[in-house]
Design a binder for this molecule. Structure first.
Ligand code: GLN
Ligand code: ZN
Length: 752
């Protein structure tokens, strides 16, 4: 029988138990024992699920109280010196100080930086190597979890991030110089695990799916020459993509088994099956660890059977990557109807899929396979998924549909006349404080305690207040404030056909933070206008121009679980067409400016640089498709935050938004360099107010930032605005900050 394992399980808990326990611990409402008890209970539950599903091992060390990369930094003593100052009462608090800057005990400290884990929405903490010349091994957590699993009767397979990937994820000068010493620590660790009679160790080197420069390829060779010599069995895993030029390298590493991502890695696992040694295992990641669709088990079996014939017991079946990236349990989605439920598999369900695949290879499990076939066919044929009119509309798109009728300079002239804006016009990014009153009203509506009518009245009250305040501080281009939006993606997900939202589909984003991405299950269509009433109402309250506010097609795609039965580009175009209708309706309702937010464009970049062009091509086309239905005098804005622009500036220009607002205040306008160097032709609003901080900047600070911007961008094409939306701020911070922002713009109008 094929071996069965997973690369990791979500640790947050089906009811987000870990999140709530962590947050209570941080608020000193529970003590460490209680927190660790919750953690142990979750591990036990997750191992039990793996055992019940018939997996050969339970995966150990995938659990983390905050982040698995931080756990490794801790294990190898890669901790910055500053953590020693004002040290906490215990290791646990020092760990949290590194993760988030503070803990119930110990002084506040600058935490490690956070960044995205490959192309997922998970964020890891970046180890700092600069002042950690001494490495030291502290394997206590790992050893304790192995002992814990054994005591409970499970057979543990510990997982480690491999040494080269760990260095690659870290920050510091000449990281590779640290490799020999780090490998020594890994060897010591593997020896300890060997002494514990651990049968298999999973060692992750996902950087094999990236463009690797020669020194990094060489680092893998040297590291594994040493690690492979230790007397334990290593299962080397790669995931998130195909290995391409790194395939030979991977297969040359002296390990006891290789894991391939068979979902996003193409057919390489089939090649690997032909090439591995007689005593090496092949783990095939055939169940998608990144998405929530039910696996087509029968067609998976078709691909697996020849491998089984060739490899026999040396074939393992697995999830493509850790299940960290999917929600825990579909059974908690009671609001879904039977048909919808039949489309999905969350983490728990994916364990069972592995089991059925193994049975299928033995000629068993016929009943489960038949019902899987029925579900898969049902989805393929469902009229709720396939809308011929949407497909037809997609096919009818012409070049003219994704171009504005007139080039920017002429449009700008018409827009200037229509909007009558001063030099250095001021605006905001869209949202204003989401107050308790707003959240309470939304919760009351959800629980049926107030009528829709009552809710709308209250939201109109909020809009009225928001417009009044903007007039009072003297902004030039106003917004309605987004009071009615719970979230910039979910709000549209709830209204578009082809999207569904889950009740408990939480996925860890970082630490205790989780997101609940909506699911795009079918052809996307807009049954009715989504934002027009709010914007129109807002415009009716003022003589100043009003800016409509939408989330862009790439962001609506990127922050959702996306269907796997058509190219992402097609799904994105469908969303773009739905948005295009909204944009045109806003224009028809008299809204003279419309912002289409695209903060997620950059994070959609593929892992390999040679794939960037194709992606940016369809992504920018989708944006233009959504924006280009309007007349020349309707001003299209876009907004992008948390972004470097150097390597995507051409694509940003290709979006051809009349105005782009970006987050720049923390970088001291350095992000504008890319725009300057490229001679970016349209208007730019570089943020001058850092909205992530409660601080209220002074007029002078903002003046200085605008002046810096004006050194790079002609002043006629500059706007003045905050970095991002204000929804997480308080009115008492926002009002003085915006007053000063307006004042800074006024002063400069006279000076520049
Ligand atoms: N319009 C959105 C807001 O103001 C933009 C949010 C974002 O860029 N993340 O909240
Ligand atoms: Zn933003």
């Amino acid at each position: 029988m094929a071996g069965l394992h997973i690369l990791g399980f979500p640790r947050i808990g089906a009811k987000r138990e870990l999140k709530f326990a962590l947050e209570r611990y941080w608020r000193s409402e529970i003590d460490a024992d209680e927190l660790l008890q919750v953690a142990a209970t979750l591990r036990h539950r997750h191992w039990q699920l793996q055992q019940d599903a018939g997996l050969d091992f339970v995966t150990v060390n995938d659990f983390s109280l905050y982040d698995q990369v931080l756990d490794h930094a801790w294990m190898f003593g890669m901790l910055p010196e500053r953590i020693q100052q004002g040290s906490a009462a215990n290791d646990l608090d020092n760990y949290f100080r590194m993760a988030r800057g503070q803990a119930p005990s110990g002084n506040p400290v600058r935490p490690l930086e956070m960044t995205k884990w490959f192309d997922t929405n998970y964020h890891y903490l970046v180890p700092e190597l600069s002042d950690t010349r001494r490495l030291s091994l502290q394997p206590e957590k790992l050893l304790a979890e192995i002992a814990e699993a054994r005591a409970l009767g499970f057979s543990p397979k510990p997982v480690l991030i491999g040494p080269v990937t760990l260095l690659w994820l870290s920050r510091g000068e000449n990281r590779l110089a640290l490799l020999p010493r780090l490998v020594e620590q890994y060897i010591a660790l593997l020896q300890q695990l060997a002494a514990q009679q651990v049968e298999w160790i999973q060692i992750d080197e996902p950087i094999l799916a990236l463009d690797l420069e020669l020194p990094w390829q060489q680092a893998l060779r040297t590291a594994y020459a040493d690690l492979g010599a230790v007397d334990v069995r290593l299962m080397l895993t790669t995931y998130f993509g195909d290995l391409r030029d790194n395939l030979d390298l991977c297969l040359s590493l002296p390990v006891d088994g290789y894991h391939f991502d068979a979902v996003r890695g193409g057919q390489e696992y089939i090649q690997a099956a032909k090439r591995i040694g007689k005593d090496q295992q092949l783990s095939v990641g055939i169940v998608d660890g990144r998405n929530i669709w039910k696996t087509d088990l029968n067609s998976a079996l078709e691909s697996l059977r020849p491998l089984q014939r060739a490899l026999g017991e040396r074939l393992w079946l697995a999830t493509s990557c850790s299940l960290l990236h999917v929600p825990v349990d579909l059974d908690r989605e009671r609001q879904l109807d039977t048909e919808q439920r039949s489309w999905f598999a969350f983490a728990n369900q994916k364990l069972v899929e592995l089991r059925v695949l193994a049975l299928g290879l033995e000629g068993q499990g016929q009943e489960a396979l038949a019902s899987n076939a029925e579900a898969v066919l049902g989805r393929r044929r469902s009229s709720r998924i396939h809308k011929p009119e949407v497909v037809g509309r997609l096919q009818a798109i012409t070049l003219a549909d994704h171009r504005r009728a007139t080039p920017y300079p002429l449009r700008a002239q018409l827009q200037r006349e229509r909007l009558a804006l001063p030099l250095l016009p001021t605006t905001s990014i869209g949202s204003f404080p989401q107050t308790t009153e707003i959240r309470t009203a939304r919760a009351a509506l959800r629980r049926g305690e107030i009528s829709l009518d009552e809710y709308e009245q209250r939201m109109k009250g909020e809009i009225q207040h928001c417009v009044k305040q903007q007039e009072a501080v003297g902004l030039d281009l106003l917004v309605h404030g987004e009071a009615e939006r719970n979230d910039m993606v979910e709000y549209f997900g709830e209204q578009l056909e082809g999207y569904l939202t889950t009740a408990n589909g939480w996925v860890q984003s970082y630490g205790s933070r989780c997101v609940k991405p909506p699911v795009i299950f079918g052809d996307v269509q807009r049954p009715r206008a989504m934002t027009v009433n709010w914007s129109q109402y807002a415009q009716s309250l003022t003589r100043k121009p009003m800016k409509g506010m939408l989330t862009g097609p790439v962001t609506l795609l990127q922050w959702a679980f996306v269907r796997d039965d058509q190219p992402r580009a097609d799904t994105c175009r469908q969303i773009a067409l739905a948005l295009r209708d909204e944009v045109c309706d806003l224009e028809r309702a008299g809204i003279p400016a419309i912002q289409i937010d695209e903060p997620a464009i950059r994070e959609g970049l593929p892992l390999r640089r040679c794939d960037w062009h194709a992606y940016l091509d369809w992504a920018t086309e989708a944006f233009r498709l959504s924006a280009s239905g309007v007349g020349d005098d309707c001003q299209i804005h876009t907004h992008m935050c948390y972004s470097q622009f150097n390597d995507i500036i051409q694509a940003v220009a290709a979006m051809d938004a009349d105005v782009i607002t970006i987050e720049t205040s923390r970088s001291n306008m350095q992000l504008l360099d890319a725009f300057e160097a490229f001679a970016y032709p349209n208007e730019i609003g570089p943020g001058v107010y850092d909205i992530h901080s409660p601080n209220i900047p002074s007029v002078e600070q903002m003046e200085e930032l605008i002046e810096k911007a004006a050194q790079r961008i002609p002043v006629e094409r500059l706007w003045v605005n905050p970095d991002c939306g204000l929804k997480t701020r308080q009115w008492q911070e926002v009002l003085p900050a915006l007053e000063r922002l307006v004042e800074a713009a006024r002063r400069l109008r006279h000076r520049l």
